[in-house]
Each structure stands twice: as structure tokens, then as C-alpha cells.
Design a binder for this molecule. Sequence first.
Ligand code: FAD
Length: 414
Amino acid sequence: MIVIIGGGPAGIMAAISAASDQNEVTLVEKNEHFGRKLLLTGGGRCNLTNICGPEDLIHHFSKTGSFLRDAFKAFDNNDLISFFAGRGLKTKVEENGRVFPVTDKASSVLGLLEEELKKLKIKVLVNTSVKEIIVSQSAVKGVLCEDGTIVEADKVIVAAGGLSYKATGSTGDGIRLAGKLGHKIVPLKPGLAALTLESTLPERLEGVSLNDVKLIFKAGKKKVASEKGSIIFTKNGISGPVTLSSSSKVADWLNEGKKVSIEIDIMPVLDPKATEEMLIKKISESSIKGLKNILKEFAPMRFTDILLELSKIPQDKKANQLTSKERKDLIMLLKGLKLDVINTVSFEKAQITRGGVSVKEIDPKTMGSKKVKGLYFAGETMDIDGDCGGFNLQAAFSTGYLAGLSAGSKNADL
Ligand SMILES: Cc1cc2nc3c(=O)[nH]c(=O)nc-3n(C[C@H](O)[C@H](O)[C@H](O)COP(=O)(O)OP(=O)(O)OC[C@H]3O[C@@H](n4cnc5c(N)ncnc54)[C@H](O)[C@@H]3O)c2cc1C
């Protein structure tokens, strides 16, 4: 008998692969419904994986990425796409290899997974929270639920997620349960998180997006990284794919006590001189226009209004009245508006958890615990974290698949 704790993507996939070999499987979920976090993914569209090559997949994870090699060998991005296609859900590829269902609905992904659970006659217990994993003589015997129910099992797969977006059910239980059994826990930190900035500008720019910009990160005076992509201003900082992907590095620098700043270059394809020449050309082509109308071609109006304010240029200035000093000030801001970072947002709003059950005590070939016989792990409960772009769901599905396969194998733990 196999019990799986957690009905997110990792737990559901673990149940499906474990049940494929005629095993008796019970999936325990503390919410009334499965996959609450899955429904939020990709802005409700579910960026379920990425079409990059096998080695590239691993490079999109932090330093524990190589632990995933066997899981990806067992079930990679192509297998995942075929899994859905074979059951009637086609996918499409968008910018940067990101894969979405053609329906643009995360509910189609969850619906298909739930259908599969039914087809395989997997027993489900919802509204049931696992409180303890029962272990005797270093081997699992079952789970004890909050309501006192005991579900006996000789294999338990912990797929209870991380600690972000607690309202979805991911409250760190899996990590706590593993810790109680003696597993080492790598300290938890929010990952793929928006940044809060030490400025009132974000509040005034809330909702404004800047596409194809370059973010230059500085720790102290040293340039430490740069990323290209889109950003969106939030009430107290910035978010968007580039910000989220850079947030782990930013958090690490801040934790080292460094002062981190970002510079936003909104014209990364042109150097400052070429940007200035372009502005001069635009002004000469339409010299009677207000400067604001010309700047509109460079960036959204709410953003350029602020650039004018910061460079102390009157909002109603005519383009042909712009002095050379004012022009240079403007170019400096277009090429490098500098803002200081306070921190990343908290777990509540971070997309993933960094840290978790140390992978050093998990066999990468099976996802089995090296400490407790019959115990397996899948998904974000483990210390694995990937970039934005479908990598975290792929890791949840791949590790879930491998954990289920291993726990369900007739040779498991022999
Ligand atoms: C807003 C948002 C958007 C995201 N977008 C993307 C995206 O587009 N692409 C991508 O790759 N990743 C995305 N992610 C990350 C991705 O959702 C997670 O990495 C993924 O859901 C992890 O899967 P999991 O199954 O390990 O854990 P979870 O999805 O967290 O599932 C864990 C499940 O376990 C249950 N559980 C917890 N404790 C117990 C217990 N004691 N007993 C029983 N059940 C329990 C929970 O209720 C939950 O249902 C996003 C995350 C967020 C928050």
C-alpha cells in the first residue's frame, strides 16, 4: 500500500505512476480540492514546462539541479508534453520555450490529472491533513491524520510542497514531517519573488510594464549581474519574469550584507551615444511637438513623466527647446534609472520555496530516503528550485513520476 501526502502536481503524478503497476494507492490532500496552487500557475494559464534540451533543463535549477538528472531521464519535458497530448490536451510553445496548454487554462491541466486519478481508481482522501508519518524500526508503517485516522502503508511519498502561498495549502508540512524523521533541512527562503525597492516611484508606476529592458544589478559599486526581459512595477517594487529569476541571487547578496541596487536600461540595444542620436533625430523630425509626445515612443507615458520630473524638465517642454544638458540627463535616466533594493517579498507572495529536505539524503535514482525505508519525496518539499519558465512544475512532475514508479516497483527497497 502506497500513501502519498499532498495533491499538488508532484503528488498527483506520483499517484498516477505508482498506480500504473496495479498498486493500491491513496492520495491524501488537506484541502477540499486538489491542485490549488497549480490553478494559479502561469497567471492561471499554467506554464507547465519548457522545451529546452535535457542539459539545459538542469542548468535552469540552482546548485542542486544535478540531483534531478535521473528524474528527468525517467520523465522529461517531452514525456510530459506527450503525457498530456496522449490524453487529449495539446500544448503550445511561447516565448523562451515556455509551454502552455492550448486552452490557456490551468484548469484543463488539473482536470486531466483528476480524470486520470479516477481512471486508475486511486483512492483519494480530501479535507485530510497528515500530522505524522508512522515509522517503526526505520521503516514507514503509515500516516496519522489530524482527525485521528491512520492509513497503513509500507511506502509513503511526501509531496506536500513548500512554504509559499500558504493559502493554497503549502504550509511546509512535508518539510516538517521529514525533519521529525531526522532528515536534514536546508533553511527555507522565498524564491522567484518580486523585489521591494527603497523608492516611492513604484507606487506611482504600479501596473506599468517595461518590455525588453536590461536590469543591471550592483552589489555596492560592483556590477554583479545583468538580465534582459520585461518588468512590471508593483505597489512597492518590481516584478515580472526577469525580476523573479534574479530574486534568489539578490536575496543571497542581501543576506551577505551587501547593498544591492538595480539600474533599468530601457534601450539596451543602443549605447548611450546612439540613444542620444536617436532622440536628436526624433526631435528634428517633429520639432514643434511637445517633448512628452516624443518620449512616448521610448517608454510608457507614466514612466517618461517620471523621467522628466527626475531630470527637472517641465512636463510641457517643447522638444525643440530641450537643452543639451537636459538631453544628457534624460539619456542617463533612460539608460540607467537607479533604484535601491530593500528585499524580496515574503513567502506569502513568493512563487516557490528555496531550501527544504536536503537532497543529500535522498537517492536521486529513486527519490527514496536514505534514512527511512519506504519513505520517498517529490516536488517542492525537497531542496530544489528552478527558474521562471515552467521548470518548477517540470521538476514536480518528474520527481513525482520517479517517486511513484520507485515506490510502486515490485523491487522497491530490496
Ligand atoms: C502564483 C504562482 C505561480 C506559479 N507559476 C508557475 C508556472 O507557471 N510554472 C511553473 O513551473 N511553476 C510555477 N509556480 C511554482 C509551482 O506552482 C510549484 O513549484 C509547484 O506547484 C510545486 O508542486 P508540488 O506538488 O511540489 O507542491 P504544491 O503544488 O504546493 O502541492 C502540495 C500539496 O500538498 C498539500 N498538503 C500540504 N500539507 C499537507 C498535509 N499535511 N496533508 C495533506 N496534504 C498536504 C497542499 O494542500 C497542496 O495541495 C508558481 C507558483 C505560484 C505560487
